[in-house]
Write a protein that binds this ligand. Structure first.
Ligand code: SF4
Ligand code: SF4
Length: 177
């Protein structure tokens, strides 16, 4: 349940947020990830993607920010949002919408790959070919840096908490830490 994931993220942040970001290498990975997200957002804003998606999500025109997507988020991705300075919404602003969507769009900074990658047919028609290449390139960068960071965070948790759990792919271990 998303409530449990949010509570776990908050607890991890309180206990380990400071120590983790001071670790060699992790602060650098956070910076790279932050920069990559900022770049994607800039490109999306230039292409009016943010504006179009926000209107779509809030006006209930079959948005992909639908109720239930929040359940795809685990505590590590939510923890990354907290470290990056975002609060995690705990009450739904848009009826029938994702827990994290509001009148100004998505309230999260670190987002699930579906949220970064998905472009509905309407948006695909709107974005012209050369711009589409740019968008795919920056969003790919964001996902890559997010994956690197997430992998390192999970490893750090396993090491610092002396966990016997084996290191696996972040996608396979979602929910373990
Ligand atoms: S990608 Fe398409 S369906 Fe999803 S929020 Fe944006 S405009 Fe709406
Ligand atoms: S997390 Fe953000 S982008 Fe993803 S579905 Fe929810 S509101 Fe939309």
């Amino acid at each position: 349940m998303i409530e449990e994931e949010i509570n776990r993220a908050k607890s991890l942040y309180e206990r380990h947020g400071q120590a983790l970001t001071n670790q060699d290498g992790l602060g650098d990975l956070f910076m790279k990830y932050r920069n990559a997200i900022t770049k994607t957002q800039e490109v999306m804003e230039q292409m009016s993607v943010v504006e179009g998606c926000t209107a779509c999500a809030c006006e209930g025109r079959g948005s992909c920010c639908f109720q239930g997507v929040e359940e795809w988020y685990d505590h590590v991705l939510l923890f990354m949002n907290l470290v990056l300075g975002r609060q995690i919404p705990e009450s739904r602003e848009v009826p029938g919408g994702c827990l994290f969507v509001g009148s100004r769009g998505c309230k999260l900074f670190a987002r699930h790959s579906f949220c970064v990658n998905y472009l509905c047919p309407t948006l695909k028609d709107l974005i012209k070919a050369p711009h589409m290449g740019t968008l795919l390139s920056v969003s790919g960068d964001e996902l890559f840096h997010g994956w690197e960071l997430e992998k390192s965070i999970r490893k750090w948790f396993q090491t610092s908490q002396r966990s016997p759990r084996p290191t696996e792919s972040p996608l396979e271990t979602r929910g373990n830490y």
